[in-house]
Design a protein around this ligand. Structure first.
Ligand code: SF4
Length: 351
């Protein structure tokens, strides 16, 4: 764990002090942490910072018990070289100097034989934190190693997100607490993004917000939902089209907002219509997807008894539509965090 300064000055001499840092995990929450530091230089309890308005004093169970991992007697502390074939389980310890020399020599050899671009710095986040994880870029640039993206797991998601929204960013997640309807779609936030639940549950407590959870299995987050939708894998897009269609048809779409910030709202509306009214009859593939969805909603598959895969409850749909142009300024602008017209926040897994 990369314990950072400053150490809290309010601690008296002779007592444990508190270090302030950020969680190093590859997790969208990036929680601010308060870490107890003992006099012998070890870490003690790890807590979520109450001063950080997103962390709001809450962190996940695995990081709250970080000290157990760091000081676990079974933790791997020295490099090991495989002896024999893969899978045999034979390892030989070597010093850090020897391990680094071995790796550096392999790089030099590969570069000499095939050119510098033969070496591809493949990394991403893991538990390296924002600062450490990108420090290898200096090596990449100095040695002219391959410029291919350092990961193959986010390329598709990022590309799709940018194509859909125009930029790799979203609304300030704290806006969930100011929403009247929070949609958690495709992520089990109870286990993987505890802070989402903090703000979603706050919205429910303070404003009576509805919590809608959508996934392909009955996950633990659904236990806390007002509306639970269990979809067949691969039918998310059909549901998204259906929701957009209803929004256009029943007047919930914020046309003024779309006219200002979207590039082709009229095209989208037209795209969602033809198969139903003006266009040719639905294709066999479309009919098949539709029947699978209705099969899902009629309870053929295991799903929560209170679920409704076809409509939001009247208490949700009867609300007036949002007219607040909340993206007219940066999401972090203070004015965007105040209570305003009813709004909906959708949370998706980020990677
Ligand atoms: S939820 Fe857990 S893993 Fe994620 S940033 Fe917070 S403490 Fe780290």
């Amino acid at each position: 764990m990369n314990i950072a300064t400053p150490i809290s000055a309010k601690n008296k001499p002779g007592h444990n002090s508190v270090g302030h840092t950020v969680c190093p995990h590859d997790c969208p929450s990036a929680c601010a942490l308060d870490v107890d530091l003992t006099e012998d230089g070890r870490i003690g309890r790890v807590r979520g910072s109450a001063d950080n308005t997103y962390t709001a004093g809450v962190i996940c169970a695995k990081v709250a018990r970080y000290s157990e991992r760091i000081y676990h007697p079974g933790r791997l502390m020295v490099p090991q070289r495989r002896k024999g074939e893969k899978g045999e389980g034979n390892w030989q310890e070597l010093s850090w100097e020897a391990a680094l020399d071995e790796i550096a020599n392999a790089f030099v050899k590969a570069q000499a034989s095939h050119g510098s671009e033969a070496i591809w710095p493949y990394f991403y986040a893991g538990t390296m934190g924002q600062v450490q994880r990108d420090s290898i870029e200096r090596l990449r640039h100095a040695k002219k190693y391959s410029g291919f993206m350092g990961t193959i797991c986010t390329n598709m998601a990022w590309t799709g997100y940018v194509m859909g929204t125009g930029a790799l960013r979203g609304p300030d997640p704290r806006e969930m607490a100011k929403s009247d309807c929070v949609v958690i779609w495709g992520t089990n936030a109870v286990a993987t993004q505890v802070n989402v639940m903090t703000h979603a549950v706050k919205a429910r407590k303070d404003r009576g917000a509805k919590l809608v959870v959508i996934d392909i299995y009955d996950n633990p987050t659904m236990k806390q939902a007002d509306v639970k939708l269990v979809l067949r894998p691969g039918t998310d897009a059909a549901l998204a089209c259906a929701v957009m269609h209803i929004a256009f048809r029943d007047g919930y779409a914020d046309r003024a907002y779309m006219a200002k910030y979207a590039d082709d709202p009229a095209g989208l509306e037209a795209h969602l219509k033809p198969a139903r009214r003006n266009g040719p009859p639905p294709s066999p593939a479309f009919r098949s997807t539709r029947s699978k969805l209705s099969e899902s909603s009629s309870g053929t598959r295991k799903r929560p008894s209170s679920a409704s895969a076809t409509a939001f409850p009247a208490s949700v749909t009867a609300r007036p539509r949002c007219t607040r142009p909340f993206r007219s300024r940066p999401c972090s602008a203070p004015g965007n965090m105040k209570a305003a017209a009813p709004s909906t926040t959708t949370v998706r897994s980020s990677a």
